[in-house]
Design a protein around this ligand. Structure first.
Ligand code: ADP
Ligand code: ASP
Ligand code: MG
Length: 472
């Protein structure tokens, strides 16, 4: 059998009927090769479902049910626009089933003031089931339930894939439907655990689904269609003049995603790397515009490929004079982090201290109590990580000096060079993070110029200016 392509469309690319028609057109243009379409929920729907769940848990049953009704009505109207005025029995059925199942779930949550993680996954995964239903009916293409294919463990809300089981299921259930000339449609973000319970891969997880399914099908290419022209040199909402990176190495892409470049889910790249499948990132509003190709051996060819930032994070500094000349302290300290399941991002050491960043918002009480038993501790919250990524950093002397002088009077709490020497990271106060990125971008991308106005940029920075940006 020949190799299909996987085309993943994010929330903004499936926001309404017009965008869904555009998706159908793009897929049909490429159908000769066989296409698996992987869709996110309509933009804003996952957030709205989570919102309805929170209302229910707060005891606001009526508000939660009203929010659900609005979500379903939106799908009803998009369906009407796509499929014509007369009710479409299959869509009606899907909406009615969703209404009865989710109403019961929300009423239960309101009664108990609790929404167990397993039910939360049932709730938040509905957006993808509905968006794909709309497109499958419009395109008259087979609809595949990803829960029957993408097999995961039971870590609800952040499930990890069982790649071997998923491969078997995908080869059996999907491959026959994506032969040359055919298009099939499935959901991103959702899967199921060994007991058959619905799971989700974490926010933004549709990219990951595309990559997992692409690997399972030995796809020729995984295309991530979004609302920007590929991976840009920085987050365009913070640095409006950020420009597309044409070629990106797998390591660079993984590093950027891990350091907060929202355009790709952090885990996306791995399944593709393992099978040597190229990933491209493209703009569904400018399909013939620029794009990023992420492939084995790819490189931007620049000293610095892109910047990324993530926050807030907390710095934990452990200081003990006994570290001086002693051995085993680092191991002892990190054993405590590891045992308590607290994952560490950046680490910097000196002769007598070690600093590590951890996600903000996680409870550090136990860790603090334990470490205070043998060292002095300092906790600094409200910080942000900034990473300068490029696979030529190691061979480019002077990068750090240039970064320091660009940052000027911005205070740097921590500096770390990644082990693979493709990122140089800083920790600064969260409130300085945006300005720090702008200064670094000006220093490392001196040719980039700010867009004259957002209209002339078109879709390039469709979301520029909204730091939060709508999720799907
Ligand atoms: P989708 O709904 O298609 O999955 P996302 O909102 O998850 O889209 O990701 C695309 C958004 O990621 C862009 O609109 C942009 O604001 C943001 N983004 C952050 N960093 C980058 C970057 N380095 N390059 C491109 N986009 C970025
Ligand atoms: N709809 C999910 C979310 O908003 C998954 C995705 O869009 O990738 O997180
Ligand atoms: Mg996304």
């Amino acid at each position: 059998m020949s190799a299909p392509i996987v085309m993943k469309f994010g929330g903004s690319s499936v926001a309404d009927a017009a965008r869904l028609r555009g998706v159908a057109a793009l897929a049909r243009e490429r159908s000769a090769q066989g296409v698996l379409l992987v869709l996110s929920a309509l933009s804003g729907v996952t957030d709205a479902l989570i919102g309805a769940g929170s209302m229910a848990v707060a005891g606001q049953e009526a508000e939660a049910l009203a929010a659900l009704a609005r979500i379903l009505d939106r799908h009803g109207s998009v369906g009407e626009e796509l499929l014509g005025k007369s009710a479409h029995p299959e869509l009606e059925q899907a909406l009615a089933d969703t209404r009865s199942e989710l109403s019961a779930l929300l009423k239960g949550a309101a009664l108990l003031r609790n929404l167990p993680e397993r039910n939360l996954d049932v709730l938040t995964g509905r957006g993808e089931l509905l968006s794909t239903r709309l497109l499958a009916l419009y395109m008259n293409a087979p609809w595949i339930d990803a829960r029957a294919v993408l097999k995961t463990d039971s870590r609800h809300g952040k499930a990890r894939p069982d790649l071997a089981a998923t491969r078997r299921a995908a080869q059996e259930r999907i491959l026959p439907l994506v032969q040359p000339g055919s298009i099939a449609i499935t959901q991103g973000y959702i899967g199921s655990d060994p007991a058959g319970h619905a799971t989700t891969l974490g926010r933004g997880g549709s990219d990951y689904s595309a990559s997992i399914l692409g690997a399972a099908l030995d796809a020729a290419e995984i295309q991530i269609w979004t609302d920007v022209e590929g991976v840009l040199s920085a987050d365009p909402r913070i640095v409006p003049e950020a420009s597309p990176v044409e070629y990106l190495g797998y390591d660079e892409a993984a590093e950027l995603a891990a350091f907060g470049a929202k355009v790709l889910h952090p885990a996306t790249i791995l399944p593709a790397v393992e099978r040597g499948i190229p990933v491209t990132v493209r703009n569904s509003l400018l399909p013939n515009g620029r794009l990023t190709t992420i492939a084995r051996g790819s490189s931007s060819g620049r000293q610095v490929t892109a910047l990324a930032s993530r926050g807030p994070v907390t710095i934990v500094t452990v200081r003990t004079p006994r570290m001086l000349g002693g051995s085993g302290f680092l191991a002892r300290i990190f054993e405590v982090f590891g045992r308590r399941g607290i994952s560490v991002d950046l680490v910097a050491t000196s002769e007598v201290s070690v600093s590590a960043t951890v996600d903000d918002g996680i409870s550090l009480d136990g860790l603090v109590a334990e470490l205070e038993g043998f060292a002095e501790l300092r906790i600094a919250r409200g910080r942000a990580l900034i990473a300068i990524v490029g696979d030529r950093l190691a061979e480019s002397p002077g990068i750090a000096g240039k970064a320091f002088s660009a940052l000027g009077d911005i205070n740097i709490d921590m500096i770390s060079m990644g082990a693979r020497e493709i990122n140089l990271s800083f920790v600064v106060a969260q409130e300085d993070a945006a300005e720090a990125q702008r200064r670094l971008h000006r220093a490392f991308f001196p040719d980039a110029c700010a867009p004259a106005d957002s209209a002339s940029q078109g879709a390039q920075s469709a979301r520029a200016g909204s730091a939060a940006g709508p999720a799907s």
